[in-house]
Design a protein around this ligand. Structure first.
Ligand code: DC
Length: 233
């Protein structure tokens, strides 16, 4: 059966990663979390003193962007982990320090150029589920299946709050809600590749869906696409 590219875009904290990961596993496809890549660049900038508070010295980052090497690996439990210059940074990139600064990094054209090229190389053999903000519009405008996911800001903040508590981290619901709203605004208003639903994407509002319902919905979309794309398979 032909392999396809599945682009999953949408607002932050919609559970895109969870759904994309599960779908990739079921289809035996590669999964790529592009948000983790922007988070890795942000962590690199923080660790190298390129932030003063929330303001970024973008010239300093641009000069040293070639030093940023991102990859993914699996830990002993089989979980995918982001690696920054050979170090597992999966936990660090999910903390508030990175979450509060990542939009500043994600709006830099030189960062997007480097990461988009890397993402396109990862998908050249298809058989990939990639989640992010610009996958269906910029990275793979010809993806066979594009999903745009959303949920209300409150539902998303609640989910992220629980996720952080479950990991034993400090969390404040109001701060998280403010961060979700701020990121929505910055993601949709930046000059380069703003978050927008591709004209040929399918909308998924999962505010009141269980993970199982959502997975069934996605599998139905994949089957529809596969039978349209390769009716004889
Ligand atoms: O999906 P996430 O919350 O981990 O993404 C982190 C940030 O990276 C988010 O603020 C938007 C940005 N991002 C982006 O601009 N383009 C992508 N393809 C993925 C994420």
């Amino acid at each position: 059966m032909n392999k396809i590219i599945i682009a999953i875009d949408g607002h932050s904290s919609c559970g895109k990663s969870t759904m994309a990961k599960q779908l990739a596993q079921q289809l035996n496809y590669i999964y790529v979390d592009t948000g983790a890549m922007y988070r890795c660049v942000t962590l690199y900038a923080i660790n190298n003193g390129m932030f003063s508070g929330k303001s970024l010295d973008s010239d300093a980052l641009e000069q040293r962007i070639g030093e940023v090497k991102i990859s993914f690996t699996r830990d002993e439990a089989g979980q995918l982990c982001a690696m920054l210059n050979g170090k597992n940074v999966e936990k660090e990139i999910r903390g508030m320090s990175v979450s509060e600064r990542v939009s500043m990094v994600a709006k830099q054209p030189f960062v997007r150029k480097m990461l988009v090229e890397q993402q396109q190389r990862m998908g050249q053999d298809k058989g990939i589920v990639m989640d992010g903000r610009d996958i269906g519009t910029t990275v793979f405008p010809d993806a066979e299946l594009k999903i745009f996911v959303t949920a209300s800001a409150e539902v998303r903040a609640e989910r992220r709050y629980k996720e952080l508590l479950d990991k034993g981290e400090n969390a404040n619901y109001e701060d998280i809600l403010a961060n979700v709203k701020e990121r929505d605004y910055m993601d949709s208003h930046r000059a380069v590749s703003p978050l927008r639903m591709a004209d040929d994407a399918v909308l998924l509002d999962n505010s009141y869906m269980t993970i199982e319902e959502q997975n069934q919905w996605l599998l139905a979309k994949v089957n529809e696409t596969l039978s349209k794309d390769c009716p004889d398979d």
